[in-house]
Write a protein that binds this ligand. Structure first.
Ligand code: ADP
Length: 500
């Protein structure tokens, strides 16, 4: 906590006074048409701190009516052009101002994400900056979204225009709540209005950021937030006033959502789960590879889509790798998200913890061996799980096939390059992969062979708003971030004019 900021207290931890006031004012509201409002039927939901298991406040629990009100506000804002008809320069200035406000309030946003998502307090500030970076990057696009004039001969002039799609529905999961601008920034940069539904467990930072958006000058009704569970998400998918959906979440929900969206002909983009392989060849920098592979699984307690949960290691270095991975993990300290000594926070809910523990049992039953298990120490009350490294894992085992979303690392063995690629691709997922080798030609072959949306060579989980990101196979389709993301938030129109 920055010493300059006045502090308050929520659930026995010190937070910025503004974060405390935000929660204590009563029910955390929706933001609809620029107004902070309760649910029409007054329903609320308790917010629970994953670090303590205690309820610490409540949030509006929306339903189809609240969603409908948000869509009306968003449509009205879109139709009258209060945002999309601003000059590109004015849009750019507002998005940049918003990025600055997020950076200025990163401490508060960090508090909010740590409280309801259990994200490490230190890491949570990073997420606010991630959103700010996305805004800064996409702020440059309104001035550059130029269409084209395809040459069709002397009789016609054709404008190929790039237009907003209208009202974008954005549905987000709980594992990085402050990262909403990865989707919302390109949607706004393209001139759309947005209705955002954060995950039901993690509502805080979305409402707070929507407030900052208004302060930055995003006109009322252009960015709306409706809280609620899958009922609101499903209503969004069915609503005729929503033009497209951007969804980040589980495979099962994504699949159902895409099927439902077909009923109203909505295009969707899906950022789903992963079971990402990290390939470690015999010539790799072993320590660096082990630290990156293990770190990717411990990051956010394993609740990250790109977690490198299948580490594929060449047989010649298998034992040394395990030793290095364990050495890179023994200092992990599981605990309260606000405790400065903590390096691994809680999981989101007791259900998620139980699910992860079940996978640890199944892994052992199916013959994998636990070569290292951390401890939860004296952490209690929250959804704490001790991290695990499994060795002797085979690709057909449940722990190698299913996304666990917890701190469980599985180490598999391969003997040659072809086998490494076969094992890496032998999964329903295709989100990302890591490759550790000093052989540039092999790195290039690997990048070619891997059936995934992102390959990291001699690094892992590096991101930049300028670089697109997305999955293959069951990990979804469509790209977020970078120039390709704009395609998800725009449509084309060809206009033919005859020359007399
Ligand atoms: P998880 O909670 O495991 O990440 P989900 O995919 O269920 O997985 O959740 C991601 C987001 O999708 C959340 O905001 C959730 O409320 C929302 N959601 C859940 N069910 C539906 C549905 N049927 N239609 C649309 N959105 C949904």
């Amino acid at each position: 906590m920055n010493d300059q900021i006045p502090t308050g207290s929520i659930d026995e931890v010190t937070v910025a006074a503004e974060a405390a006031r935000f929660i204590e004012r009563g029910v955390v509201p929706h933001v609809i048409g620029g107004k902070e409002v309760d649910s029409l039927d007054g329903r609320t939901r308790e917010m629970v701190n994953p670090s303590t298991g205690r309820a610490f406040g409540s949030v509006a629990r929306g339903g189809a009516d609240d969603l409908d009100a948000a869509v009306s506000a968003a449509r009205a804002a879109y139709e009258d052009g209060r945002w999309r008809r601003l000059t590109p320069r004015a849009q750019e200035a507002i998005l940049i101002r918003l990025a600055g406000l997020l950076e200025e309030h990163a401490e508060i946003i960090g508090d909010l994400d740590a409280l309801d998502a259990g994200i490490l307090r230190r890491y949570a500030g990073f997420i606010a900056n991630y959103s700010a970076n996305a805004l800064r990057y996409f702020a440059g696009w309104p001035t550059k979204l130029a269409g084209s004039l395809p040459p069709v001969g002397p009789d016609y002039v054709v404008q190929e225009r790039i237009e907003p799609v209208g009202v974008m529905g954005v549905i987000k999961p709980w594992n990085g709540p402050g990262a909403i601008f990865a989707q919302v920034a390109p949607a706004l940069a393209a001139g759309n209005s947005v209705v955002l539904k954060p995950a039901e467990h993690t509502p805080l930072s979305a409402t707070y950021m929507a407030r900052l958006a208004l302060e930055a000058g995003v006109p009322e009704g252009v960015f709306n937030v409706v809280h609620g569970d899958g009922e609101v998400g499903a209503a969004m998918v069915a609503h005729p006033g929503i033009n497209r959906i951007s969804f980040t979440g589980s495979v099962r929900t994504g699949q159902a959502l895409a099927a439902a969206a077909a009923q109203t002909f909505k295009r969707v983009n899906l950022e789903l789960g992963g079971k990402s392989p990290v390939l470690v060849f015999a010539d790799a920098d072993l320590e660096a590879a082990a630290a990156a592979a293990a770190g990717s699984v411990w990051n956010n307690s394993g609740q990250v889509c790109t977690a490198g949960t299948r580490t594929l290691v060449h047989a010649d270095i298998y034992d040394d790798f395990l030793e290095a991975a364990i050495a890179a993990s023994t200092d992990l300290r599981v605990g309260h998200a606000f405790d400065e000594a903590t390096t691994m926070g809680p999981l989101i809910t007791p259900d998620q913890r139980a699910k992860v523990e079940r996978y640890v049992e199944i892994g052992q039953q199916e013959g994998a061996s636990v070569v290292w298990r951390g401890s939860v120490g004296d952490a209690e009350g929250g959804n704490y799980v001790a991290p695990v490294i499994f060795a002797g894992v085979r690709n057909d085992m449940t722990i190698a096939r299913e996304e666990i979303f917890g701190p469980v690392m599985s180490v598999l063995r391969f003997t040659d390059e072809a086998e490494a690629y076969r094992l890496a691709n032998e999964t329903e997922f295709g989100l990302a992969a890591g490759v550790f080798t000093r052989d540039i030609a092999r790195a290039n072959r690997a990048a070619d062979a891997l059936d995934v949306g992102t390959v990291w060579t001699n690094c892992y989980q590096v991101t930049d708003a300028a670089v697109s990101y997305g999955g293959a196979k069951a990990s979804g389709y469509g790209r977020s971030l970078g120039a390709p993301a704009l395609d998800e938030y725009t449509r084309r129109k060809s206009v033919w004019s005859k020359n007399y």
